[in-house]
Design a protein around this ligand. Structure first.
Ligand code: NAD
Length: 420
């Protein structure tokens, strides 16, 4: 089985296209991104030398509106990964019905190894290099893995300097002081929690007895675990890139206590944590692969792609998988889980609260207004639930998995916008 995420994305596209009998000319266009951009970013390092970094942007499809998608800073970033992520953004925006197309960007870098000044020069360099192809009505970037509001702040400042005017709508996920949205930081998690509450009802689970395992303890994993813990769910295992922790007596672990312990080792200039969830002493240490096969009710991958594969799908012991990460389940694993009657709530819906929050931020910036957190939540919930119900109905109607149901919903909307 290929571990190329773009091959995964195309396999998912073809499966839904065949159910929908999607016209061949639409399918042909969706098999390739509209534009790929690769830039070389010179960065002056603190030792006075210049180092080159490769930056990417994939503008996958804009039939439904301006391109929209995050920027990832990670050593494994490459064009195929960014293409897959851009494709998934296209499907995601259509699944929740917000007026955006899909894109994604990144830099191949180990950001924790840079100083804050180097990170700022790299971030500004990406915005400068991409300036000709991005903008509020063309392509609007946002944070993704190892990027955050501080980085968006540098980028929007660089963009505004070149444009010669403040242009907050050019980026989303910004700090509040620069036009960010109240509630954007945890909107991905909040959207996922709205969906989880619906799934729990469908599966007749009781929240206080529902055991949750979360892989990844960054923006998405931490906030999802925090919100579920606050809603009374039992958080029994957590992990980050350095390993995982498992509750010894089945008691719920408080994600805020875990985060506090992780942060005690300090932060790299306020951006990256030096500690790990494994610094917590009261739990059993486990590996990330053990975490994925831990017995639980809800398994939430919230880190990177291709975590559930043909190799471990038969050993997954969850009642439902909720994909808060992008692309965590390989197609072979999807088929195994479907046969085992373990529903997989797909990334294109489960984590779409993030891009929906970004859409609200963009609207707020365009209308030069300030939304309250209450307004954000009030708008987010019905949008997520309507898409969830549509996806559920379509997957039942066609007797297909939830991912295919979501893709059918999204592809219909994209095809309509393409005039077919
Ligand atoms: P982040 O950088 O805030 O956190 C990433 C987390 O994953 C960290 O805890 C890191 O230690 C952990 N991690 C990295 N490699 C790992 C590995 N091999 N095994 C286990 N854990 C590992 O990133 P994030 O914004 O939380 O993004 C996580 C996922 O959610 C990504 O797939 C991203 O594309 C997706 N996503 C993010 C948003 C958003 O708003 N930030 C929106 C939609 C989807």
């Amino acid at each position: 089985m290929s571990t190329n995420p773009f091959a995964t994305a195309l396999a998912q596209l073809h499966r839904a296209a065949s159910i929908l009998h999607l016209k061949r000319d639409i399918l042909t266009q969706l098999e390739k991104p509209m534009r790929t951009v690769e830039i070389n970013i010179p960065v002056r390092m603190d030792n006075g030398r210049t180092r080159m970094f490769t930056g990417y942007r994939v503008q996958y499809n804009n039939a439904r509106g301006p391109f929209k998608g995050g920027i990832r800073f990670h050593p494994a970033v490459n064009m195929d990964e960014v293409k897959a992520l851009g494709f998934w953004m296209t499907i995601k925006c259509a699944t929740v019905g917000i007026p955006f197309g899909g894109s994604k960007g990144g830099v191949a870098v180990h950001p924790q190894k840079l100083s804050t000044k180097e990170l700022e020069r790299l971030s500004r360099g990406w915005a400068r290099g991409m300036y000709p192809v991005i903008g509020p009505d063309k392509d609007v970037p946002a944070p993704d893995v190892y990027t955050n509001p501080t980085i968006m702040g540098w980028m929007v400042d660089e963009y505004s300097n070149i444009a010669g005017k403040k242009t907050p709508a050019a980026f989303t996920g910004k700090p509040l002081a620069l036009g960010g949205l109240r509630g954007r930081e945890d909107s991905t998690a909040q959207g996922g929690v709205f969906i989880i509450q619906e799934v729990v009802k469908k599966l007749h689970l009781v929240p206080s007895q529902t055991r949750v395992v979360v892989q990844g303890f960054g923006n998405v994993g931490y906030h999802t675990a925090r919100l579920l813990y606050a809603a009374g769910y039992k958080i029994v295992a957590l992990s980050d890139s350095r390993g995982g922790i498992l509750s010894i007596n089945g008691q719920s672990m408080d994600p805020d206590v875990v985060m506090k312990t992780k942060r005690e080792k300090g932060m790299i200039d306020g951006c990256y944590c030096l500690g790990t969830v494994c610094d917590c002493v009261n739990f059993k240490k486990i590996t990330n692969s053990e975490l994925l096969t831990t017995s639980c009710d809800i398994l939430i991958p919230a880190a990177l792609e291709h975590q559930i594969t043909g190799a471990n799908a038969r050993r997954i012991k969850a009642k439902v998988v909720v994909e808060m990460a992008n692309g965590p389940t390989a197609p072979g694993a999807d088929a195994i889980l479907y046969r085992r009657r373990i529903p997989v709530v797909p990334d294109v819906l489960a984590n779409a609260g993030g891009v929906t929050g970004s859409y609200f931020e963009w609207v707020q910036n365009k209308e030069k207004s300030r939304w309250s957190q209450a307004k954000t939540l009030k708008k987010l919930r019905p949008l997520m639930l309507a898409s969830f119900n549509d996806m559920w109905r379509i997957s039942r109607k066609h007797k297909v998995d939830l991912r295919t149901g979501a893709y059918v919903l999204a592809l219909k909307r994209i095809a309509l916008a393409m005039g077919k």
